[in-house]
Design a protein around this ligand. Structure first.
Ligand code: DGL
Length: 264
């Protein structure tokens, strides 16, 4: 497969467009085929088996389209399917997980030999937070830090229904999930679902200034670059890339919303 072949990027719906946007910024020579599965969203309240079977169907489609790599721009689909997908396909499959390591590493200050315990809220889908993959990730960090898991399924629905611009609705929803915490004690919030990346400004409004807002998009694209480079598959420098958006929901509403999010 040549280095000019496209990269398949998918999510349960519109959230992964935040990752496609990051690829367009950081790897502008690449061609991205984006597939949002909005007809089947949300994935976060399905069973792992359902999400696995939907993920396989999408990757199969990318393979038919000649993709040189696949990015699972969805923490939920990664937890349910990444291992099986990697076993089954021989193109690189890049997954995503909540950037808990980045949040906890903020407690390692070079001038201080001791780790400063971090208080971290991980906002993600119910499935991501329930799956074994996240439990293993948490095991690595929770003895030295305070980690709180907060499932926020309504934040997925708000993006999918095109209500991200409804300030009142979004802030009410965030307060409903986060008012139970003393936010002045929180060091960071991890956006462990690609839909939530679009809420960064709203989280900024909710959180005190000292609290960091962390997502995994930049890290994922960095990892994608390293993988493609190691295989000699990075698109030639100076080439003009593109992002082609498609969706299992063929409505005009979803097409318009997808373009708006990509250019946001
Ligand atoms: N955007 C997805 C994620 O990163 C999942 C959203 C959903 O369908 O529940 O986990």
């Amino acid at each position: 497969m040549s280095s000019t072949a496209p990269i398949g990027v998918f999510d349960s719906g519109l959230g992964g467009i935040s990752v496609a946007r990051q690829i367009a910024r950081d790897l502008p020579a690449e061609h991205v085929l984006y597939f949002g599965d909005s007809a089947n969203a949300p994935y976060g309240i399905k069973t792992p088996e359902q999400v696995k079977s939907l993920s396989f169907a999408i990757v199969e489609r990318f393979v038919d389209q000649g993709a040189k790599a696949v990015v699972i721009a969805c923490n939920t689909a990664t937890s349910a399917a990444v291992n099986d997908l990697r076993e089954h396909y021989d193109i690189p499959i890049i997954g995503m997980e909540p950037a808990l390591k980045v949040a906890c590493d903020r407690g390692d200050v070079p001038s201080d030999p001791h780790h400063i315990p971090q208080r971290v809220i991980v906002a993600a889908t119910p499935l991501t937070l329930r799956e074994r993959k996240f439990a293993k990730l948490m095991e690595r960090f929770d003895s030295d830090n305070e980690i709180y898991k907060e499932p926020c399924p309504d934040l997925v629905e708000i993006v999918e229904s095109g209500q991200l611009g409804n300030h009142q609705l979004v802030m009410d929803t965030l307060h409903r999930y986060f008012d139970q915490y003393d936010l002045n004690r929180i060091d960071s919030v991890v956006l462990g679902c690609t839909h939530f990346v679009f809420y960064r400004d709203y989280f900024r409004e909710l959180l005190p200034e000292r609290a960091a807002i962390i997502d995994g998009n930049e890290g994922t694209v960095r990892h994608l670059r390293v993988v493609l480079e190691s295989l000699g598959k990075l698109a030639p420098e100076g080439a003009t890339g593109s992002v082609e958006l498609s969706n299992s929901d063929p409505s005009e509403r979803i097409a318009t919303l997808s373009h708006e999010l990509l250019n946001r």
